[in-house]
Design a protein around this ligand. Structure first.
Ligand SMILES: [Zn+2]
Length: 146
């Protein structure tokens, strides 16, 4: 059986997203639409940026930062994509509905600011996956909107 070819592309991005199986295909599609196929590292953690902005322990945040540092030094990506989603189990009990969307926006922007000060030269973008009529819609999150 022939194997899948090892990517020879240059790693362009690091994607930090939630592990949730329900959103994987939709979020991957956005990465492909952005031209990142075979060219990104994936750091999938329950809650996406949750452990960066709401760590249960100091170690939780630090281990995530250590992983980001390691991948950066190995693969020299130029951008980071942050991808959270609504109805996330890691955020259960914190907020619902519009308040939940607001909370994810705040967390994504806080994580973005934190990583931007750590990596001033990287381009950092944030996305929130929402649910519209049983389908996943991935929207870009910036400081300007809302
Ligand atoms: Zn999640």
């Amino acid at each position: 059986m022939p194997g899948i070819k090892l990517s020879k592309a240059r790693c362009r991005a690091l994607v930090i997203s939630c592990s949730d199986f329900r959103f994987i295909s939709a979020q991957r599609q956005i990465r492909l639409d952005l031209g990142l196929e075979h060219a990104y590292d994936l750091l999938a953690r329950p809650g996406g940026v949750f452990a960066l902005v709401r760590p249960s322990t100091r170690t939780a945040r630090q281990s995530m930062l250590d992983e980001i540092d390691m991948l950066r030094s190995l693969h020299h990506f130029r951008e980071i994509l942050l991808m959270n989603h609504v109805t996330c189990g890691a955020y259960r009990g914190l907020a619902r509905g519009k308040a939940e969307v607001r909370l994810h926006r705040e967390d994504l922007l806080r994580a973005k600011a934190m990583l931007q000060s750590r990596y001033p030269r990287l381009a950092i973008t944030a996305y929130l996956s929402t649910i519209v009529d049983d389908s996943v819609r991935v929207v870009s999150v910036t400081d300007e909107e809302e």
